[in-house]
Design a protein around this ligand. Structure first.
Ligand SMILES: [Fe+2]
Ligand SMILES: [Fe+2]
Length: 150
């Protein structure tokens, strides 16, 4: 792909790894909530970068009016991901180990599906119309630095 597609795809890989670490963890264990919070922090940054910068630029470039382009599905996916995370948070509060595992696996499936969609549609095209300067500025704004995982 290009600068942006490669970065975003690597970010998905990073997020998947964090989530799998969480799924392996025993939920009663304190470490589970540390891993959950870590995942939540990074996925919130990722979703915010997409919802507030990449997707609006995508819609603007291709002339999609509100809710008419492929980013509509991606936004809906984000809503589902956030909903599942809220449910897992609730499971934690209620010490509901079983349901947190079930919802955790659902979230993993939702992430995989979403990841494929973004890779096939949005990520492929972003580098064609967003300059590296604009991209670096967006990363500074949403991630606080240009290389968030280092
Ligand atoms: Fe996304
Ligand atoms: Fe994404």
């Amino acid at each position: 792909m290009g600068l942006i597609g490669d970065f975003m795809d690597a970010d998905h890989e990073f997020l998947d790894k964090l989530w799998l670490e969480f799924l392996k963890e025993d939920v009663e264990n304190d470490n589970a909530s540390v891993l959950f919070k870590r995942f939540q922090k990074y996925i919130s940054m990722h979703i915010s970068l997409e919802d507030n910068f990449l997707f609006p630029r995508f819609d603007e470039h291709f002339g999609f009016e509100n809710e008419t382009g492929p980013t509509t599905v991606a936004h809906r996916d984000h809503g589902n991901i956030i909903k599942l995370m809220d449910m897992i948070k609730e499971n934690f509060l209620n010490d509901d180990v079983e349901n947190s595992k079930v919802n955790g696996r659902h979230l993993h499936e939702a992430l995989e599906k979403h990841r494929r969609r973004e890779l096939e549609i949005q990520y492929k095209l972003l580098d064609d119309f967003i300059s590296s300067k604009e991209w670096r500025e967006a990363l500074m704004k949403f991630y606080g630095k240009e290389t968030p995982r280092e």
